[in-house]
Write a protein that binds this ligand. Structure first.
Ligand code: ARG
Length: 261
């Protein structure tokens, strides 16, 4: 009798310990209670916005938004038992829209930075990145010093734009809403250089812009996070848990291997 009771007690204690360990992994607070507080624009659906001009992270395939970020957020939604709806929006309005509650999250190769953190929360980072300078293959610009006095562009509201303003100045700077517009302006000579994320630069010059090249990678050490409304801590926590699980079980690597070359 006594041993049976001890066994049951041991089992119960084990379960309690496991629960404690699990909730500790999930960010400290009780996951179940936090889950209950998740707010969604549309019930049962994770409403996502992105600027779908950024291969291999987000781009259009016919009417569909595909790429690494799309795959990541689709898998996250699945793990939260939600459908996913991803729509396109200009990059420089993504944060305002999430802060205003028009979308639940934005995943858009978005660099975690303090200025943005004043308006929205970021999940833990899911990708490391750098900037790059892209010029025409026949450009006379030899290095970063060669950017002084040259017409230069970046996507509006991005870290590339900040880099140009801080390191080259804004006298000869042109902001572009969409990357495709930026790249065609480089092609036609309206600007002579563009600054944007290195993995995206590598992808564009390898595929649709073979008349352009990466002049230099700038090791800015940026980290991408998913933007979430500040009033929705439970959603941030739930996404962090899903991301951690996806890192631990190899899903993240698999998606990366397939979609980021
Ligand atoms: N990583 C850069 C930033 O956060 C650029 C992101 C641009 N993303 C896009 N989907 N166009 O500022």
């Amino acid at each position: 009798m006594k041993t049976k009771f001890m066994k049951v007690l041991a089992l119960a204690m084990g379960a309690a310990l496991a629960c404690f360990a699990l909730s500790a992994c999930g960010g400290g607070s009780s996951d179940n209670a936090a889950d209950g507080d998740i707010k969604l624009v549309k019930e049962g659906t994770l409403t996502v916005i992105t600027s779908a001009d950024y291969p291999p992270f987000e781009y259009m395939d016919g009417d569909n938004i595909v790429g690494y970020d799309a795959a990541i957020i689709t898998e996250v939604a699945k793990r939260l038992d939600l459908d996913v709806q991803i729509s396109h929006m200009a990059f420089d309005s993504l944060i305002t829209q999430v802060a205003g509650g028009a979308a639940d999250v934005s995943i858009s190769a978005m660099t975690i930075d303090d200025e943005r953190l004043a308006e929205i929360d970021f999940t833990d980072s899911y990708y490391d990145s750098n900037l790059a300078v892209v010029v025409k293959t026949d450009s006379k610009i030899a290095d970063l010093d060669g950017l002084k006095g040259v017409a230069i562009g970046a996507q509006s509201g991005t870290s590339g734009e900040n880099w140009v303003k801080e390191n080259v100045g804004d006298e000869n700077y042109t902001p572009f809403q969409e990357m495709t517009e930026a790249l065609s302006s480089l092609r036609t000579g309206k600007v002579e250089a563009l600054v944007f994320d290195a993995p995206v630069a590598e992808q564009y010059v390898k595929t649709s812009y073979t008349d352009c090249k990466v002049l230099e990678v700038i090791p800015t050490g940026e980290q991408y996070g998913i933007a979430v409304n500040k009033e929705n801590k439970a959603l941030t926590e739930a996404i962090n848990k899903a991301l951690a699980d996806m890192k631990a079980d190899g899903t993240m690597d698999e998606i990366g291997k397939e979609l980021v070359k």
